[in-house]
Design a binder for this molecule. Sequence first.
Ligand code: OFO
Length: 173
Amino acid sequence: MIEKKMQDEINKQINEELFSAYLYQSMAAYFAELNLNGFVNWMDQQVQEELIHARKFYDYLIGRGGRVELEAIEKPQKEWDSPLEVFEAAYGHEQHITKRINHMMDVAEELKDRATISMLQWFIDEQVEEEANTDESVQMLKRIGKDDHGLFMVDRELAKRPAPAATTTDNQE
Ligand code: OFO
């Protein structure tokens, strides 16, 4: 059985991950309006990743005999001034999620909850990737500035992002 304090943190994180999916879907819609289909693809794949993250927490909590409580998902932003501003917001969001995961690890350590510590280690590693991926696009967009040809090249690059591996419930993805 999982302690209530840890259960509350995991429930909050399920909501954070679902909000992440919602935010990236809103960013995908913004790019669709600009006809930047490579950017749309990147965001759509990110949405799928976030749903996998939410599912991992959901499955883990149920596996520990906990109670999942789903809360309302906050409305995401829908307008940005430029593709660069979108990716800066995505990077800032990932930094926020990293802080949340680190905080959860602090709680798990305080409770000496070794199973949760082990599960969270996957997310600690994943967040290194999440921050690096969003920051890579920020850096590319900064380099091209207002050059339309550069934007077209970035769009072609982002179109290559593959779908994430299918959802699993064993935290091995
Ligand atoms: Fe779930 O990592 Fe992004 O938000």
